[in-house]
Design a protein around this ligand. Structure first.
Ligand SMILES: *Cc1c(COP(=O)(O)O)cnc(C)c1O
Length: 360
């Protein structure tokens, strides 16, 4: 029989090893690119795109998954061989499956059955299991069920806002501001991001204050979704008034990580507009990115239009959240869109004219 003290010390040895694996993974990783663009229609405004699709697991959730595993380990909630579970609309599940495999732990993602098929396949390819539920609102309860049977619940929605070190430690805000240092407008006028867990907006909003910058933070949100509904009245009980097909953002409820106080503006973007902007991104950058990146671009263009009206110069920074390949059967498939009553072409044509009026 092993005494509790023996068990403790072997648990601690494994925790130590697992934290070491995560640290080494971070040390091997390069920073993601901050791509620069000028658009003819907006003289004096520099646009920057933080390419979070470049992470090994393909999205900005790579950072979050690393932080959630570290947080669970350092809180003594995750032991050798323990199953791991989380509720996810897809990108987090892929990144968590990636890290679970790195640590040799079994992983289950609880996902809405309507998640993009390629994301489900990606989780399975990484050795993860998918527990698909019909009602997207029931993912949280289902993840808790797994936890009650002994799994460690990484709990992206509950913990995103606190698992990331907001004072720096190469968080996304510190990385962006460091990369801007030599640019003409190193203190951006705006940073634009989406809200899924709220982790990214929380980290950026806090860091801007911590560094004493005047930069304003804008959340780009699918029209009628819960962040927008709640933010206006600081109402944590708000719900989405209509669903969205943009994955990763546009939550049905106010998530625990939505910190309304540090967000200066919420721009609501209709799905067709987000999709047109997603297609536009491919024309601008030569690569495909996901729908939430399009939502971000649409909000950037609105803010840039306001800056132009006031004759302001400066920089606007936003995020490319994940790869477009994940959506080739959905947002990039005209038949799939048509079946949902969406034809982004008229908006795409209008957006081309907005971005480059001379070429139109
Ligand atoms: C999670 C996610 C977001 C939003 O980021 P949060 O930090 O969770 O608010 C945006 N786009 C995609 C594709 C995501 O997966």
């Amino acid at each position: 029989m092993r005494s509790p003290a023996d068990t403790d010390s072997s648990d601690r040895a494994w925790t130590c090893e697992a934290v070491g694996i995560l640290r080494r993974e971070a040390a091997r990783s390069a920073d993601t690119h901050l791509l620069h663009q000028r658009l003819p229609a907006f003289p004096g405004i520099d646009f920057y795109f933080k390419d979070e699709a470049a992470h090994p697991s393909g999205s900005l959730k790579h950072r979050l998954a690393r932080s959630l595993f570290l947080y669970a380990l350092c809180n003594g909630r995750l032991r050798q061989g323990q199953p791991v579970v989380d509720a996810s609309s897809g990108s987090t599940a892929i990144s968590e499956a990636w890290f679970a495999r790195l640590l040799g732990l079994p992983f289950t993602a609880v996902m809405p059955a309507c998640t993009a098929p390629r994301k489900i396949a990606a989780v399975r390819e990484l050795g993860g299991q998918c527990d698909l539920v019909d009602d997207p609102a029931s993912v949280y309860a289902r993840a808790e069920e797994h936890a009650s049977r002994g799994a460690c619940h990484l709990d992206q929605f509950g913990l995103a806002e606190r698992a990331t070190d907001w004072r720096g430690n190469n968080n996304i805000a510190e990385s962006i501001l460091g990369q801007l240092e030599q640019e003409p407008h190193p203190e951006p006028a705006w940073v634009v991001c989406g809200a899924g867990t709220g982790g990214t907006s929380a980290t950026i909003g806090r860091y801007l204050r911590y560094r004493g910058l005047r930069t304003r933070l804008c959340v780009a949100e699918p029209a009628g979704a819960a962040f927008a509904q709640g933010w206006q009245r600081r109402d944590r009980l708000a719900h989405a008034t209509c669903p969205t097909i943009i994955e990763g953002i546009g939550r049905p409820r106010v998530e625990p990580g939505f910190l309304f106080e540090i967000v200066d503006e919420v721009v609501e973007v209709a799905d067709a507009q987000s999709i047109a902007a997603t297609w536009m991104l491919e024309e601008l950058l030569g690569r495909r990115y996901g729908g939430s990146s399009g939502t971000n671009l649409a909000a950037c263009l609105l803010l840039a239009g306001r800056m132009r009206e006031r004759d302001e110069r400066g920089s606007i920074v936003t995020l490319l959240c994940d790869h477009g390949e994940r959506y080739s059967d959905t947002l990039f498939d005209r038949d799939w869109l048509a079946a949902r009553g969406i034809d982004p072409r008229p908006q795409l044509a209008a957006m081309r004219a907005t971005v480059a009026p001379l070429a139109a």
